[in-house]
Write a protein that binds this ligand. Structure first.
Ligand code: SF4
Ligand code: SF4
Length: 330
């Protein structure tokens, strides 16, 4: 096994997935990391093509096996959504190589006030992990998802025992108790309808006027995957070397929808914010049929303007404005 990545504390209030060598480095209490684990599979910048003189060829990175520990259910759901994007035909070989090299160890968590994964049906360990650990306080209940994970378990069986009836009861109690802790509960099946009906709601103008177009909300989102391509050339006396790089982009940036001729399909922050919300709450319905928000709450905590409160926006669109965005929107 190569590198192991896990959440570590990087400030009083924030955590990040980092390479760890010792269990003591791991922040087992971490709820949401600054960036989701998508960064391991779809990095912020990567070389796609390389040009060596006259030859242009695909850049093929050798990816060593690695493990990611501490992936919570919403982030597993985010990876499953990205799988649908990048592993649908034609598959993205760069993403696929990293996905194949990874061993994912999921970990249970308890929600805070920003979590709404339950409403988005992304609150349970469904798939996308190799092992999933549920914290039963004095032990972990381990779910094994495939043969590779089973062989790993066999290699450390001195730390394991078969789940007893009491363990099974403890597992069910944990998930039932956790279920009752969520503050936000709405019917996510209604979101596409709410977004269609609310397309001209004055809320978008109010929120858009407060948006700084900083783009914070997109890199932190487990399902945002928009990118730009840049060509980087290096000249020397003998030949031209160059790379085509894929870099994360954001639909909140003013130039994102700019096209040749000086036109811009979404020139102002109101248009861009509304577009982003639509993508998150209407989802990738056609043709992928999955929601594109997994309710992790990262955009809420990272927005400097305090306008990415998705549950608050949903309540307003649903016609329950008494429960508005912390009283800031009339
Ligand atoms: S839209 Fe916000 S809450 Fe939903 S998955 Fe993205 S970052 Fe998380
Ligand atoms: S993080 Fe907030 S202010 Fe920044 S682009 Fe997103 S919505 Fe706008």
């Amino acid at each position: 096994m190569g590198s192991v990545y896990a959440p570590v504390r990087v400030s009083d209030q924030s955590f990040a997935f980092r390479s760890v060598r010792d269990e003591a480095e791991i922040a087992f209490e971490a709820l949401r990391t600054i960036l989701p684990p998508k960064k391991f599979f779809y990095p912020a910048k990567e070389t796609i093509l390389e040009c060596d003189g006259d030859e242009v060829k695909e850049h093929i990175e050798v990816v060593e096996p690695f493990a990611v520990f501490g992936v919570h259910p919403c982030d597993l759901a985010g990876l499953n959504a990205l799988d649908k994007i990048f592993l649908s035909t034609p598959q993205d070989s760069h993403y696929q190589r990293r996905r194949r090299a990874a061993f994912i160890i999921g970990l249970s968590c308890l929600p805070d006030k920003h979590c709404f994964c339950k409403a988005m049906k992304a609150d349970a360990p469904g798939k996308g992990y190799d092992l999933f650990l549920t914290d039963l306080e004095d032990k972990y209940f381990v779910q094994v998802n495939n043969q590779e994970a089973f062989e790993f378990i066999l290699s450390c069986k001195e730390f394991m025992h078969l789940a007893s009836d009491q363990d099974n009861q403890g597992y069910k109690k944990f998930w039932n108790d956790r279920d009752s802790m969520f503050e936000h509960n709405f019917d996510s099946a209604q979101l596409p309808n709410l977004m269609d009906l609310g397309w001209d709601h004055p809320l978008w103008q109010e929120l858009g006027e407060r948006c700084l177009s900083c783009g914070n909300c997109t890199p932190v989102c487990p399902t945002c995957y928009c990118f730009d391509m840049t060509d980087v050339a290096m000249f020397n006396s003998e030949k031209v070397e160059a790379e085509r790089q894929r870099v994360w982009d954001s639909c909140q940036f003013s130039g994102f929808a700019a096209v040749a001729g000086g036109e811009n399909f979404r020139p102002g922050p109101v248009d861009r914010l509304k577009f982003w919300y639509r993508h998150k709450l209407h989802g990738f319905e056609d043709p992928i049929e999955i929601p594109s928000c997994v309710g992790c709450g990262r955009c809420t905590v990272s927005c400097p303007s305090g306008i990415d409160d998705l549950p608050g926006v949903i309540r307003i669109l649903a016609g329950r404005p008494q429960l508005n965005l912390e009283g800031e929107i009339a």
